[in-house]
Design a protein around this ligand. Structure first.
Ligand code: GLN
Length: 313
């Protein structure tokens, strides 16, 4: 069994996150909320939450950790987990596993690489994985599988889709619509692009609290208390992809500053995995230039300095 050489005292960790939350509220630079999805443009950026689940099941949290937020691209981790369970390794014929070095919604490499997206976390790659989950099924069944997976992973049935957010993106998601049609032109869509897009927008509109998200991440962290929703091999792969591709063209910066696998979303959420040690969910809706949570990234960096949890020592 994994024995942590640097165990952290939960009480000290609680005191640390309480102080960090106060410090964050005292500072001014929250970043900018995603305004290309009208419903998300209305969210107050001056909010922060952090939840941590430790290997022994102890929970530590601070800030607005009971508040639901739009998980957006964090959902791509759960969809990929479902797809790996369903079609297994076949998915890699349709999507790569290399960092893209481009923005999350970029179309740039898609022409050069003949319609095979670089990885499953950029939008083009996520559309392909959602499309794979949808094959031979109705969108509501694919969405039920994703939500069912999340409910099982966090042992909580109270997980829902915010329909206003989904519809808001459906009305304005012209780049994603372009990406899906472009993928279709290369034969890399198995369903009507409109159905894949509808499923994708609804998966992104799942809302969760940081408490729920941290619980859902336990299986990826392979914590002993986690419910069995994935094999160790699958968790290892998700972690590798989160480390190299989880923050788009900011993935190198996140690895440099935090040193842990993470997956961000434009709702301001970040799921951070300390393998064998902890599952961490952070939320602050203001984004940095890469489209990742500005204060969330800062909080992750501070947490890792305090705990010494970077996988790089
Ligand atoms: N739904 C968003 C989009 O497709 C998700 C992007 C993100 O969270 N980075 O644009």
């Amino acid at each position: 069994m994994f024995v942590d050489p640097k165990p952290v005292d939960p009480q000290k960790l609680q005191a640390f996150v309480d102080t960090l939350t106060q410090e964050i509220h005292a500072q001014a630079d929250w970043g900018k909320v995603a305004d290309y999805i009208p419903e998300l443009a209305q969210v107050d950026p001056a909010q922060f939450a952090i939840s941590i689940v430790l290997a022994d099941g102890t929970k530590v949290a601070a800030g607005a950790h009971h508040k639901r937020f739009s998980i957006q691209s964090v959902s791509k981790v759960f969809t990929l987990a479902c797809v790996l369970g369903r079609v297994g390794e076949q998915i890699w014929t349709r999507v790569g596993r290399e960092p893209s070095g481009t923005r999350f919604d970029s179309i740039l490499l898609l022409e050069q690489e003949h319609g095979r997206p670089r990885n499953p976390f950029i939008n083009a790659g996520a559309l392909v994985t959602t499309d794979a989950l949808l094959e031979h099924r109705a969108p509501k069944d694919a969405l039920s599988e994703i939500i069912g997976f999340i409910c099982a992973a966090c042992e909580d049935d109270d997980i829902h889709i915010d329909r206003d957010v989904a519809q808001s993106e459906e009305r304005t998601g012209f780049r994603n619509i372009a990406l899906a049609n472009y993928l279709q032109s290369y034969g890399n869509m198995r369903n009507d692009p409109a159905l894949t897009l509808g499923t994708y927008f609804h998966q992104c509109a799942i809302e969760m609290t940081t408490d729920q998200l941290a619980m859902a991440g336990r299986a990826i962290a392979q914590l002993p208390q986690a419910p069995y929703v994935m094999t160790r091999a699958k968790a290892r792969r998700l972690n590798a992809l989160m480390m190299t591709c989880g923050h788009y063209d900011g993935s190198g910066d996140f690895a440099f500053r935090v040193g842990l696998p993470g997956k961000s979303g434009v709702g301001g959420g970040i799921l951070v995995i300390a393998p064998g040690r902890a599952s961490i969910a952070i939320w602050s809706p203001g984004l940095n230039a890469y489209g990742n949570s500005q204060v969330g990234t800062y909080a992750a960096e501070r947490l890792i300095k305090f705990t010494g949890w970077s996988v790089f020592g």
